[in-house]
Design a protein around this ligand. Sequence first.
Ligand code: ARG
Length: 473
Amino acid sequence: MSKKDDNSKNPASEATNTAWGGRFSEQTDAFVEAFTASVQFDQRMYKQDIAGSRAHARMLKKAGVLSKSDCEAILKGLDSVEQEIENGEFDWSVAREDVHMNIEARLTDLIGDAGKRLHTGRSRNDQVATDIRLYLREQIDFIIAQLLEMQKGLLALAQREADTIMPGFTHLQVAQPVTFGHHMLAWFEMLQRDATRMHDCRERMNISPLGAAALAGTSYPVDREFTADELGFSAPAANSLDAVSDRDFAIEFCAASAVLMTHLSRMSEELVMWSSPQFDFIELPDRYCTGSSIMPQKKNPDVPELVRGKTGRVNGNLVSMLTLMKSQPLAYNKDNQEDKEPLFDTIDTVSGSLRAFADMVPAIECKRENMYAAAKQGFSTATDLADYLVRKGLPFRDAHEVVGKAVAFGIESKLDLSEMPLDQLQQFSDMITEDVFDVLTLEGSVAARNHIGGTAPDQVRKAAKAAHKRLLG
Ligand code: ARG
């Protein structure tokens, strides 16, 4: 973009931005031009912008506002513009501010006056609101597909490790034995909720702002149903003021993404712990780890760590978005241009994290013996012993007391409950008989929790199968 040094006497027609330069007597300051431009980041919506323009042009022709030949020229011109962009030949210009004006200006370069008629009955306000919805809709579909991919991986892992016993934790203290497959199904459920949140967001978002024009609607006989239909929206937005100013859908998407990333972050935390030498429960695939430049022994779980870290920026994006909207009067304000970077960053971060996880998680290698040994420590079958005594007639609170004493003895003598001889156990309660060892084993403990949602291997296999059916029909 070239500027004259002294532009104070420039006639308006020479103003850089011919789309709105008419009422101006001097050119925009070069810094302000760059400061207010969004083309650097909104050009990624070029496909949606062109699709919106095609629908708008067809509608104008149908309404008798645009001639058949102008409409044809516009459609052909838009094809060429799209081609240029895709071939990397398009000359994006900051002077043309944003994706909308860059495309319209190039169209006009190519086809002349017909290009200038495209903006009849439209404003960049309804145009940008339409573009973002179309763009986000496509991205949500992609994210839902990525979630599905990762969920399928989790179900396969749950089936593979349905019998793998590990310690289950509360307060990060060994609580009760669980199966690794059961743990994977817990992750699956988190993602299932994420997918439904994305679906909900998509549905509420999928209405068409086109025809709202700047804020009040337009005096042309627009057919808003037609454009909504052409673009796959479920209906035209009901109120033009709301249509151009609403960014709830972007907030909702960022909120759903923050929850999703919170899930991935919690999983990351577990993966990092489990792959540490202190836990040593799993081996992450080498291709998802890196080494240290100074410590030759290191294998760092960089990918989960980074996903955990990236959760911060997604949470930040949600706060940016809420703060951006909180003081805006109706209708459109330039503030809204600030919606794109946090939104796009959220999309990229979520999608990159899901891609990494969908590939990495099914490739986890379980160190089954280590998990089993860890589950044996920490008296993880203490509840089973209490339940056993209850079944023999002892009130639960008394049983709790008895087992507490047995555990105290175990800590002192460094013996697990299952390792204590029968006569030793009988000193805590004479209700204990030989059959106690069936419940004190880890296998017995997990197998006993054989109900919907329980950790028993049979239950895990059943649940994984049912979930698979729910997902894929
Ligand atoms: N680049 C603008 C945005 O992202 C497009 C809409 C501009 N509208 C306006 N009246 N200045 O929001």
